[in-house]
Ligand binder design. Structure first.
Ligand SMILES: *Cc1c(COP(=O)(O)O)cnc(C)c1O
Length: 378
């Protein structure tokens, strides 16, 4: 989404020194309501890692959101924002046992596992807690797939949950993540079919699972159009009906990108425009923000941000876009060069849109002395 009127007004009035992120809370409010309206019987666990700004967490807590967290620090942030422990899940499948103990002491009682080894840790540090088992998905159709790092093969999930049950944990459900920025609506159907098979297998052992955690994956519009929230809700609803029939389980979603991505714009500035050879027709445009300043999702040119300048009405030419640091990896778009105005010059302001998710958290602390990405939440 382009800069909102509130963001434009803020930039005009405050003239903040860039690079910086400006996040419009009104957009997040609208996103939360859209999820709530499209999936009224599904609880929303905001994935804190997408953007943990206290103002965002407080807004969502006040609207009734729950929170998916990955560390004790994120749990504390969700608690500080006003969420009660029953509205917080510890969704990371890779946890230190002492962190599980800390979470348990804070009242957290819902944990993710994807192995018997992790179930052992949860049983030891958070006795009788509820656990859900994360299963692998292939991530096909996602622009930021989550690979094989998280989840176990669906054929192993029953063993993990039976083991959890034996250890005194409450085998509660199944989770999956179809891959971030997922634009293939059918991705949920496949995973729901696998989840149902595990529900059935557990039933044979007398254990009734109750919950399916549908994960994140809901997109933000970058350059290409994406399906709307209702299209996702319908695809999920159809998948649940198809596989679970009259026994629809409790469901939760964990939107990160889809909750905050379109709410933020980064103000940046052109530092240098040059060529590598007199005959080059592709210019190199160096911005004051790059991979280490918060735009890490340009890795492999996976996420292609809309970039807007005040000169966009004029003729454009292809550019390589790079960041300001002394690391050769700090190039945003080179394989697929990016069209920018021919009249663009040093010092011009550049707005990078749809940057509300996965930017501030990815910024390095002081690489080359550059401070972490500043953020204004309005
Ligand atoms: C990162 C993450 C999410 C959020 O994913 P998005 O694609 O940004 O919505 C949800 N759940 C878990 C477990 C995650 O790790």
């Amino acid at each position: 989404m382009a800069a909102t009127a509130r963001i434009k007004d803020f930039l005009r009035r405050e003239k903040p020194e860039g690079p910086c992120l400006i996040v419009d809370l009104e957009v997040i409010k609208d996103n939360f309501r859209a999820f709530e309206k499209a999936m009224p019987s599904t609880r929303i666990f905001y994935a804190v890692k997408a953007n943990p700004a206290p103002e965002i967490l407080s807004l969502l807590a006040s609207m009734g959101s729950c929170f998916d967290t990955a560390s004790v620090q994120e749990i504390n942030m969700a608690l500080a924002a006003g969420a009660t422990p029953d509205r917080i899940s510890f969704g990371n499948t890779i946890k230190k046992q002492r962190d599980i103990a800390s979470a348990h002491a804070l009242g957290i009682s819902l944990f993710a596992v994807d192995s018997v080894e992790e179930a052992e840790k949860v049983a030891a540090a958070a006795p009788a807690a509820k656990v859900f088992c994360r299963i692998l998905t292939d991530g096909a159709g996602a622009e930021w797939p989550l690979s094989r790092k998280f989840g176990c093969d669906p054929t192993m999930a029953t063993e993990v949950l039976l083991h959890a049950d034996k250890l005194g944990l409450k085998a509660y459900g199944i989770s999956f993540h179809v891959g971030s920025q997922q634009t293939r609506l059918g991705a949920w159907d496949t995973a729901l079919g696998e989840a149902k098979a595990i529900f059935d297998a557990m039933m044979k052992h007398g254990i009734a699972l109750q919950m399916v955690n549908l994960g994140g994956g809901f997109p933000t519009k970058y350059l290409k159009a994406v399906p709307g929230t209702n299209a996702y809700a319908n695809a999920i609803h159809d998948g649940l009906a198809k596989h679970f029939g009259n026994a629809i389980p409790e469901t939760i979603i964990e939107p990160g990108r889809g909750m905050v991505g379109n709410a933020g714009v980064i103000k940046s500035e052109v530092v240098l425009i040059s060529k590598k050879h007199a005959n080059d027709n592709v210019r190199w445009v160096y911005l004051d923000i790059g991979k280490f300043g918060g735009l890490a999702e340009t890795m492999d040119e996976a996420i292609r941000y809309p970039i807007v300048t005040e000169k966009d009405a004029g003729e454009k030419g292809l550019c390589v876009i790079a960041g300001p640091t002394c690391d050769s990896a700090d190039v945003l778009y080179e394989k697929t060069p990016y069209p920018l105005p021919l009249s663009l010059s040093v010092g011009d302001e550049v707005l990078i849109e749809a940057c509300g998710a996965y930017t501030t958290t990815y910024a390095s602390v002081a690489f080359n002395g550059f401070p972490p990405l500043k953020a204004y939440v309005i």
